[in-house]
Each structure stands twice: as structure tokens, then as C-alpha cells.
Design a protein around this ligand. Structure first.
Ligand code: ACO
Length: 347
């Protein structure tokens, strides 16, 4: 028995932050950002919208669009690095907002690899036979931890959420073997130094802006390329697949140059590598499900997908999956604006 994705939802806020706008506040330019990252714009949530609102909007989009009975959902795994609160769990808030009355909810933080980690946990829950319907969400309001005075980081990130429904299948489609990796020696290269139990928020942390995300960009860049390339090759080998048997690659969207380098190292044609970073930037836990959401109409039953991620921790991994049969979609799709309104109304 395998776990297979049968429905997808997504949500991005309507407000667009362009490179030009960023260049009005820090010393950068549209040309530099596009050339060095591939990012043209990113979506930014308003002050009244938290990560749970983004996640709930993505879940609502999934439930409504695919006519999923919310009472049948048994668990909600929310991958996020920007929870609404340190305590209580964001997943509890999403369960409440989304009416998932029979689901337990849990947050999972593995930064940019969070969705992949949660997908692996969810797949194992289904394959164990103990669960049959789970929702996995990747959601982040990165604008809440980005320092818009720091040109090294503020150009990179955006807000958004994506959600998938995992169900059991005996069709032979679905999630294959996954490799997940962690190297804690990388923590200081990419972290929000203050705000946790190590360094609670204080006047000092506010003064030194250490409650914002800091990263050694060049070092992280090199680690991301080598780690995603290697783990992708390892995942292919583990699943006894050749690179030319992969129909689509869904890479974490951190930097277009990283994505291209990983594709090249695998010798996979660029047109098979899905990219939406130009529109959303790096939405951390949400990049992979937002990519699945954006490009779902391209995936056909039986095609092989390779997902690979890299993020803070360091945390990285790769999995392969055989695309399955999706539930029927409603013909009249929920527009992004309608979903946005439902977020506002939730407050
Ligand atoms: N505009 C103009 N110049 C800039 C900017 C900017 N926005 N940012 C940096 N520069 C300058 C630097 O100051 C430096 O100038 P110098 O040579 O005078 O010192 C020069 O550009 C080169 O800096 P680098 O850091 O070497 O630039 P690089 O080409 O590496 O690009 C970037 C920086 C985009 C941050 C890149 O390193 C990157 O994408 N890193 C990886 C990000 C990532 O993958 N993160 C992991 C996931 S995130 C997560 O888990 C939450």
C-alpha cells in the first residue's frame, strides 16, 4: 500500500513586492536580483494575516476545489518555520479555522525541507495502515522574520502556503523511497538567532536585529547545490530509477542558479525542472507544494516526479513519486481573490 497525492490547494497573498520596490529601501537593483537569484517579485501578507491564515486558505482551496469531506481528515501536518506563536501549535489553529474536527494537528519545522519531511512522515502513517486521509501543509509568512534593511536576505523571501491530500492506494502510484538528511553543524550559517529559548527576545536582540533571519549566503549556496545534487542521485538509485526516467523535477525554490546547477548535475533537461521562483521568491516550507499546485495540470498519471529540498539546519532530502489519479476538480475554480477574502473574513 502506498500514499498518493489526490488533491492540492494553494494560496498566495495578493500584495506583490517587486524588486523595484525593494531597491527603493536597500542598495540593490532589479537587474542584480534577477541575475543573481531569478526572483522578480514575491507575495507579502498583510499585518492581519498570520501563517495559520495562509495555511487555512490553502487547505480551504484544496477541500472546496476537490469536494473533500473535511470530517474525514484524520491528521494535519503543518510544516512551518514561522508559526503564529511559539506556543500553541499553528496546526491547532488551522484545524479550528478549517473545521477539521476529527483531525489531530501537529507543527513540523525543518525550514525549507519541512514539507518534504512532513510528506515522508505522512506517507509512513498511511503505509502503516493506521491512517487513510491526511493533509500536509507547507506554510510560511517569511516577511515576519525578514529584515527589510538587510539586502543579503530581504530580496529572497516571500509568503505563501500549499497543501496536499494524502490517501492510500494499491495502484502502484504514489510516494516511493525518500532520503532525509540533517547536519546540525550548519545551524549558525542560517538561523533566526533570537526569539527562542537560547536567546529570548530582549532590548538587546531588538537593538541588534537578531530576531531577524541571518544567513551566510555564499556558504549556504554551495552547500545547497552539492547536497541537493547528491541526495537526488541517491534517491534515484534507492528507487532504481535513471535520471532520464524522471518526467518532472520539483526543487525547493531558493535561487534559480541553485535550481539550474542541480538540474545540470543530474543531467535532466531544464524544461523538466519546475520553476516559479520568479513570482513567489523563497516561501520556505511552501515552495514545493506551491510548485505542485502551480503545475499540477502538467503531471499525468504514471509520470515520475523527483522532489528535492535544502534549508536551515541544515536539512535536506529527496524523494521520488509516481503521479496518481487526482480527485475530480470542481469546474468553477476558487479564484485567488475569493480565497483572499475568506482569509480576511476569518479574522
Ligand atoms: N544587491 C546588490 N548587491 C548585493 C546584494 C543585493 N541584494 N546582496 C549581496 N550583494 C553583494 C554583496 O555585498 C557582495 O558584495 P562585495 O563583493 O562587495 O562584498 C556581492 O554582492 C556578492 O555577494 P555574495 O553573497 O557572494 O552573492 P551571491 O552571488 O552568493 O548571492 C545570495 C547572494 C543570493 C544570497 C546567494 O548566496 C544565495 O541564494 N544563497 C543561498 C540561499 C539559500 O539557498 N538559502 C537556503 C534556504 S533558506 C531557508 O532555509 C530559510
Amino acid at each position: 500500500m502506498n500514499a498518493v497525492i489526490t488533491a492540492i490547494g494553494g494560496f498566495v497573498p495578493s500584495s506583490i513586492l517587486t524588486n523595484k520596490k525593494i531597491s527603493e529601501t536597500v542598495d540593490t537593483s532589479d537587474e542584480w536580483i534577477v541575475k543573481r537569484t531569478g526572483i522578480k517579485e514575491r507575495r507579502i501578507a498583510d499585518d492581519n494575516t498570520a501563517t495559520s491564515d495562509l495555511a487555512a486558505a490553502a487547505v480551504e482551496n484544496l477541500l472546496e476545489n476537490y469536494k473533500v469531506d473535511r470530517e474525514e481528515i484524520e491528521a494535519l501536518l503543518v510544516a512551518t518555520a514561522t508559526p503564529d506563536h511559539i506556543l500553541a501549535p499553528t496546526a491547532s489553529i488551522v484545524c479550528e479555522k478549517s473545521g477539521l474536527v476529527n483531525a489531530f494537528g501537529i507543527d513540523m519545522n525543518a525550514a525549507c525541507s519541512g514539507f518534504l519531511y512532513a510528506l515522508e512522515m505522512g506517507a509512513n502513517m498511511i503505509e502503516s495502515g493506521r491512517y487513510s486521509k491526511l493533509i500536509i501543509v507547507g506554510a510560511d509568512k517569511m516577511s515576519s522574520i525578514v529584515d527589510y534593511e538587510d539586502r543579503n536576505t530581504c530580496i529572497l523571501f516571500g509568503d505563501g502556503a500549499g497543501a496536499v491530500l494524502l490517501e492510500k492506494t494499491e495502484s502502484g502510484n504514489g510516494l516511493m523511497k525518500t532520503i532525509l538528511k540533517t547536519d546540525g553543524s550548519g545551524v549558525s550559517s542560517l538561523a533566526v538567532p533570537a526569539g527562542g529559548s537560547r536567546t529570548p527576545i530582549s532590548m538587546q536582540s531588538l537593538l541588534h536585529r537578531t530576531h531577524y533571519l541571518k544567513q551566510d549566503g555564499a556558504f549556504v549556496f554551495k552547500k545547497a547545490v552539492s547536497s541537493m545534487s547528491q541526495v537526488s542521485q541517491d534517491a534515484l538509485a534507492k528507487n532504481e530509477l535513471q535520471a532520464d526516467e524522471i518526467d518532472w523535477v520539483i526543487p525547493h525554490q531558493a535561487n534559480l542558479r541553485i535550481i539550474n546547477a542541480v538540474g545540470e548535475s543530474l543531467n535532466i533537461d531544464a524544461e523538466k525542472v519546475k520553476v516559479n521562483i520568479e513570482r513567489y521568491g523563497n516561501t520556505t516550507s511552501a515552495t514545493v507544494p506551491l510548485c505542485l499546485w502551480d503545475f499540477k495540470n502538467d503531471f499525468k498519471e504514471g509520470q515520475n516526479l523527483l522532489i528535492t529540498t535544502f534549508g536551515a539546519g541544515f536539512s535536506w532530502g529527496a524523494t521520488c513519486l509516481k503521479w496518481g489519479v487526482m480527485r475530480d476538480e470542481k469546474t468553477a475554480k476558487i479564484s485567488k481573490n475569493t480565497t483572499e477574502k475568506s482569509v480576511v473574513m476569518a479574522h
